[in-house]
Design a protein around this ligand. Structure first.
Ligand code: DC
Length: 224
């Protein structure tokens, strides 16, 4: 089974998808981490991530790969584990910027499809149901109010010791929402055949249970 989970930043995609993967015994693939790795590479090269030509000029020397350790995805940039560093707020914005560049997307989509071809997965991102895995058996569009999403992301960042505040987290989030939904190539949008799950007032556990229930239903349909 392939499960696609899309939605805006802070909707809880990764927490919930990880939980679903554990419950169903399938692999969780976080595609945002891949865009973050390329954003990080550009920042390290001193490239303005809004400069598409600059970002494209380093793509040939950027290799992104993943592995799973104890069920947790690790992300590598040219062999270096950058799983921690990519979570910094400036890398969120860099990722959103490089993700508007078609050449970046095509490079990563190829990797994402290859990974999904080899096993049962739950994959999260912005274009999984619409572009990466259009044949996924179950497509979820996960969303929540911008206040709730900013609150969740702030909590996460503070727990990691990042020095930030609600207003800057919310501003970054609104910038990314606009950038991710407004780009031309594979923008963030709900697939026509997706199920929209607004989890503003649900816990991560409740959302994960709902997705597992839907997955079991789809599984039965597929077997008939
Ligand atoms: O899911 P995330 O916040 O880690 O993603 C970081 C950025 O990467 C996000 O703002 C948009 C981009 N992204 C994308 O364009 N397509 C995906 N499938 C995943 C992420």
């Amino acid at each position: 089974m392939k499960i696609a989970v899309d939605g805006p930043a802070g909707a809880g995609k990764s927490t919930i998808s990880k939980e679903v993967a554990k419950k169903l015994g399938i692999i969780y693939i976080d595609t945002g981490a891949m865009y973050r790795a390329i954003g990080l590479a550009a920042v390290r090269h001193g490239i303005d991530t809004a400069d598409a030509e600059g970002v494209k000029s380093i793509l040939g020397e950027v290799e992104v790969s993943i592995s799973h350790e104890g069920g947790v995805q690790q992300i590598f940039l040219n062999g270096e584990n950058v799983s921690e560093e990519i979570r910094l707020p400036e890398i969120s914005v860099a990722a959103s910027n490089v993700a508007t560049i078609p050449e970046v997307r095509l490079k990563l989509v190829e990797l994402q499809r290859r990974l999904a071809a080899s096993c049962d997965v739950i994959m999260d991102g912005r274009d999984i149901g619409t572009y990466v895995l259009p044949d996924a058996e179950l497509k979820i569009f996960l969303t929540a109010s911008v206040e709730e999403r900013a609150k969740r992301r702030l909590r996460e960042l503070l727990e990691k010791g990042v020095d930030t505040d609600f207003e800057s987290v919310r501003a970054d989030m609104e910038y990314r929402d606009k950038n991710d939904s407004g780009r031309e190539f594979a923008p963030l949008k709900a697939a026509e055949d997706s199920i929209i799950l607004d989890n503003t007032s649900l816990t991560a556990e409740e959302s994960a249970e709902e997705i597992c229930r839907l997955a079991h239903d789809r599984g039965e349909v597929a077997q008939k």
